[in-house]
Design a binder for this molecule. Structure first.
Ligand SMILES: [Zn+2]
Length: 206
């Protein structure tokens, strides 16, 4: 395998990128000047050192000078409503919901969804961390959990799984569990939903 093929293989592993697109990326890079490539290398190598995972919600965020406690700006914002928690599949979903300015509570990022009938669902999402997050926040006044998951089969399967897994806590603390209303059309992924659709889905949650 030469370096073109190796790089094509790497890009092919990216979400939503097939071999054809991966090949176009590689040929794009080949035609760039050396300064571009240096910048690209630098940004990739700094990604891990400048980004960290929030100890609370598990999203990735850029460290800033005064972030000493590994907590992101959303989790450390005292103006946000701690009675509401939105559970999302991935970081891009959270970012998209934030852009819609329609949710003022806290988040938890699962880090994936559970494929239907998966044998080891607890390894596909951050289940232990979620349970510990919910029990900590139940003590602090959490009243409603919104399952902000994609409107496809994996999203629905994950929602059912979470309802069951969280039921000891939601029953004990009397926490309501809602799903986004299907202003999101069937099959819709949150990542690609526009702000108006997200607003409606939140308003019509059930
Ligand atoms: Zn956070």
């Amino acid at each position: 395998m030469n370096s073109i093929d190796r790089l094509i293989k790497i890009f092919s592993d990216f979400p939503g990128i097939g071999p054809k697109q991966a090949r176009r990326f590689v040929y794009f890079l080949i035609t760039r000047h050396s300064g571009y490539i240096e910048e690209f290398k630098k940004e990739i190598s700094e990604l891990r050192s400048e980004i960290e995972m929030c100890h609370e919600c598990k999203r990735y965020f850029a460290k800033h000078e005064n972030s000493t406690n590994n907590i992101c700006n959303i989790c450390s914002d005292s103006h946000r409503d701690i009675s509401q928690l939105m559970i999302v599949g991935q970081d891009v979903d959270l970012e998209n919901i934030e852009k819609s300015h329609s949710f003022d509570g806290r988040y938890f990022v699962l880090g994936g969804l559970i494929p239907i009938l998966d044998k080891t669902p607890e390894t596909k999402i951050r289940l232990k961390e979620l349970i510990s997050f919910v029990s900590r926040n139940a003590e602090k006044g959490l009243k409603e959990i919104i399952l902000g998951l994609d409107a496809n089969s994996e999203g629905e399967y994950t929602a059912e799984y979470l309802k069951k897994a969280l039921s000891p806590l939601t029953e004990k603390y009397n926490i309501k569990v809602d799903e986004l209303g299907r202003g999101l059309s069937t099959g819709a992924e949150l990542e690609y939903s526009d702000p108006e659709t997200i607003k409606n889905a939140l308003r019509n949650r059930r």
